[in-house]
Design a protein around this ligand. Structure first.
Ligand code: ZN
Length: 412
């Protein structure tokens, strides 16, 4: 454990280890160790916050190859029984005759619905005349130029530019169709009860109307979605109204220093930026930094840590950090949100914030443009730079902030 080799802020390693690994101290110097009296923690490297959960362990074992298509059937707008048939079909787990044959069953393999073909998943759900009649009707409802003849066609249908409300109804129709075909097959085979395809259509229409009217998903202005929803007598859910609000950068109180920070990740590379200003909105210091390999969350924390560490160095006692990342704001009261690789540095910063007048707040990016531009500079320069002057690329926004210019933000 780290605690065994860390005494009074220094590494005390066994001699034989130093002899075996002469460069070990220089490697360890790259890691910041908090002097806080906290127990060592084991961190799960492949998870951002270092905490292992069953979900992450499963993803790791699956090599992060969980195919989206297999989670596709599960949807809050779809009845679980309908989703289950679809899920079993996707996994080829329905006990159709072809699957039973593979498992050693031996009896006449004939489609119960048409008695003219051997039963397989493909035949039963898409090639049998019973299924074809329903799919042809549904294809016309979807305004499809070609009828649905494969399961893949269903996915293509949902890729059309539907409103989210219309897509929910279309998906419910597809899953309900699969469910009703399977139900009709079972009723005929085991109860000798015949189902007409038109009665399935009636059920699909009734279910579509119910799903469309119960879903909270929204409609849009496109005619395709409008006519589709109206064909099932669905009441359109109006979109949320869009409002505009003013976002204004405000200076700190007298004696305080405010630092706006921002981070950015592009691919696997990360950068950050920050600007310190006083109560008169005058520039004190700013920085742009390139962090190299990083994730979407790490760069926001890195920029915050850089700002607080600078405040520690300058011995500033009244510090206000402002960021457009809500996670960083929450992390001040919950260190479990901090990426494990930065936790030690973060705890040192957090300890410092307890000893001074400190606040952290969230701001929309429209009033955080100076930090936004600085982070872009860091990305381009691929280095860490500190500026004692207002960088020419942020001059315009710096002046707009200084005179309290409001920026517009659209909100739903
Ligand atoms: Zn058939």
């Amino acid at each position: 454990m780290v605690a065994d080799y860390w005494t009074d802020g220094n590494w005390s390693l066994p001699e034989n280890l130093m002899l075996a690994r002469p460069n070990i101290l220089s490697i360890l110097s790259n890691f910041a160790i908090s002097n806080m009296d906290k127990e060592d923690l084991l961190a799960w490297k492949s998870v951002e916050n270092g905490m292992l959960s069953i979900k992450h362990a499963y993803k790791l074992l699956m090599n992060n190859k969980t195919d989206k298509i297999f989670s596709w059937p599960w949807d809050t707008d779809v009845a679980p029984a309908h989703s289950m048939v679809c899920w079993r079909l996707l996994h080829n787990k329905l006990p159709t005759d072809d699957n039973l044959k593979i498992r050693g069953f031996s009896f006449p393999f004939v489609c119960s619905l048409c008695c003219g073909h051997m039963e397989s998943s493909t035949h039963l759900f898409f090639e049998c005349q019973f299924a074809k009649s329903i799919w042809n009707w549904l294809s016309s409802q979807f305004s499809c130029p070609m009828p649905i003849v494969y399961l893949q066609d269903c996915f293509l249908v949902l890729d059309k530019p539907w409103s989210s409300q219309a897509r929910a109804v279309a998906k419910a129709c597809i899953m309900h169709t699969l469910y009703l075909i399977w139900q009709a097959r079972n009723q005929l085979r085991f109860d000798n009860k015949h189902t007409h395809w038109k009665s399935c259509v009636s059920k699909i229409m009734a279910n579509a109307k119910m799903v469309g009217n119960l879903t909270k998903k929204k409609a849009n202005d496109y005619m395709l979605s409008f006519t589709f929803l109206k064909s099932f007598d669905v009441k359109l859910n109006p979109r949320d109204t869009i409002a505009m609000i003013d976002v204004i950068w405000s200076p700190p109180l007298q004696g305080w220093i405010k630092c706006n920070i921002d981070g950015k990740v592009d691919g696997s590379l990360a950068a950050g930026g920050g600007i310190f200003r006083d109560w008169q909105a005058s520039h004190i210091l700013s920085f742009s930094a390139f962090f190299g390999e990083g994730s979407r969350v790490v760069e926001e924390f890195m920029a915050t840590i850089m700002a607080i560490e600078k405040a520690m160095m300058m011995k500033w006692k009244k510090l206000w950090i402002e960021t457009d990342c809500k996670l960083v704001v929450l992390a001040i009261s919950n260190s479990n949100l901090v990426p494990w690789s930065l936790k030690s540095r973060w705890l040192t910063c957090w300890e410092y914030t307890l000893s001074i007048d400190f606040r952290i707040s969230h701001i929309y990016r429209e009033a955080n443009f100076c930090a936004d531009f600085l982070e872009n500079i860091g990305f381009r320069s691929k280095s860490i730079s500190w500026f004692s002057y207002v960088h020419k690329e942020i001059t315009k926004d710096y002046l707009l902030d200084k005179i309290g210019t409001p920026r517009l933000r659209l909100i739903c």
